[in-house]
Write a protein that binds this ligand. Structure first.
Ligand code: EPZ
Length: 428
């Protein structure tokens, strides 16, 4: 399956942007990365031909597909936005370091492997740019379900006869932690009650998809989920909904360039906290059933922001919003409550002439008149997006390196932006 994962020389790619172009026109949103990854992991719970459409062709999807093939899955189709995967012969329980180290979301196979095979050997993801990101909440929950877990040589070893229903409280809201334990509970013996769970749309979607396969999950979207274990699940068939973080990123792209962009194939209700903040700043946002028009005419004001688990302001849009605030009138105070180190983009934005002071979990942004293009370094997926947004608004040319971060979560970013009039190209 090497064709799926050309990790090769993309690592040296750079994106070059000539700034100060107002974006105008229409842009279509692709499928949600953070919805498709848990659904792909959930395929391990079934033994048959799983079919999903609306899949974004981003690197994390090819990585997850590679991992599922390593575990014994067989890719029957991977065309355009469609994936068919036969999981009848899933028999290998090891998720190797070389795959997990490139994508933390590989931890999502832990629960399904224990539920399906009673064994799992998953490499610990290691830290990443935005923080330590341990898996203690996942591990403690699986232990509460009877799994015996050991951490050795950078791997998580898990084994269990059959997972048992339990009552488990998440000390911190965890999106993939909730997904992992929910998936494990679908095939466990008896009832599992999960408290203080994540309410992200991607978690609700996963629960609904699993229920269509015969799972018995209730309470998704609230603080408490109750799962009755069943003996088997039918293969998954579903269509992935549009990506709310991609939607928010391009809404901000229109605002920061003083543009007029109509974003189609999106779900306005999933980005309403961002819409609120943009309107507070003085940006025009017009919502329709499946599209949002953002018009950034004239100056906009600094507004304060606090990231929180859904339905609060998404931490995955914080870096992009900070880029916008660098050009606002007045001050903006941004509080990042979800991750301990998610302000890496601030230093890069300051190199473009922004005025940001970071103090622990708080960043104070004082708006400036203009940004100037510069050579920039991407550190993680959403920080990279924030640098692209700033470069689109800056005067002069920016060269962004390590753009493989962008390829992990944004399908065809240069093409989509070029169609809106951006002067953006990739240099191999
Ligand atoms: C998911 O990551 C998303 N990834 C992230 O998106 C997103 O930023 C994050 O949720 C928060 O919304 C996927 O869905 C694939 P968490 P996840 O567990 O599940 C701490 C992107 O850009 N924590 O909700 O890994 C953790 O350190 C990515 O697409 C523990 O302490 O995040 C963090 O501070 C980036 N112990 C907080 O909880 C644990 O066992 C929330 O993390 C697990 C998490």
């Amino acid at each position: 399956m090497t064709a799926l994962c050309s990790q090769g020389n993309e690592r040296m790619d750079k994106i070059i942007i000539e700034g100060s172009q107002r974006l105008k026109g229409e842009l279509e949103i692709s499928g949600a990365k953070n919805a498709v990854l848990p659904v792909m992991a959930a395929m391990i719970l079934t033994a048959g031909l799983n079919k999903i459409t609306g899949v974004p062709r981003v690197r994390d999807v090819t990585t997850m597909l590679h991992l599922l093939n390593d575990l014994g899955g067989r890719t029957e189709e991977f065309e355009e936005d469609r994936i068919s995967l036969d999981t009848t012969d899933i028999n290998n329980y090891e998720a190797p370091y070389d795959l997990v180290s490139t994508m933390r979301a590989s931890c999502l196979v832990l629960g399904p492997l224990l539920a399906r095979l009673g064994k799992a050997k998953v490499s610990l993801p290691g830290g990443c740019a935005i923080g330590a990101r341990p898996l203690d909440l996942h591990i403690r929950g699986l232990e509460a379900m009877g799994a015996e877990i050991k951490l050795e040589k950078g791997y998580i070893y898990g084994s269990v006869e059959r997972l048992q229903g339990t009552r488990y409280y998440f000390d911190t809201v965890s999106v993939t932690g909730t997904a992992n334990l929910m998936m494990a509970a679908t095939l466990a013996e008896g009832e599992t009650v999960l408290e203080n769970v994540a309410k992200e749309p991607e978690v609700v979607f996963l629960a609904d998809v699993l229920n269509k396969c015969g799972a018995k999950i209730e309470g998704q979207g609230t603080d408490i989920m109750v799962i009755q274990g069943v003996s088997a699940l039918k293969p998954i068939e579903c269509r992935i909904f549009p990506d709310r973080i991609e939607t928010g990123t391009y809404m901000i792209a229109s605002a920061i360039t003083g543009g007029d962009v109509n974003i189609i194939n999106c779900i306005p209700s999933q980005v309403e906290t961002l819409t609120l903040k943009l309107r507070q700043a003085g940006v025009i946002v017009e919502e329709a059933a499946t599209s949002i028009r953002v018009i950034g005419d004239g100056p906009f004001n600094g507004v304060n922001l606090k990231t929180q688990p859904h339905p609060g302001f998404a931490t995955d849009l914080q870096a992009q919003f900070m880029a916008l605030m660098t050009l606002a009138r007045g001050q903006s105070i941004i509080l990042e409550t979800v991750f301990e180190n998610r302000f890496m983009h601030a230093a890069e934005l300051n190199r473009m002439g922004a005025n940001i002071t970071v103090q622990g979990h708080t960043a104070v942004v004082s708006g400036v008149k203009r940004l100037s293009g510069a050579p920039l370094m991407a550190t993680d997926l959403r920080a990279s997006a924030s640098l692209v947004l700033a470069a689109l608004a800056a005067e002069g040319e920016s060269i962004i390196s390590r753009v493989y971060h962008i390829d992990r979560g944004y399908f065809g970013m240069e093409k989509k932006l070029s169609r809106l009039g951006a002067k953006i190209r990739r240099k191999k």
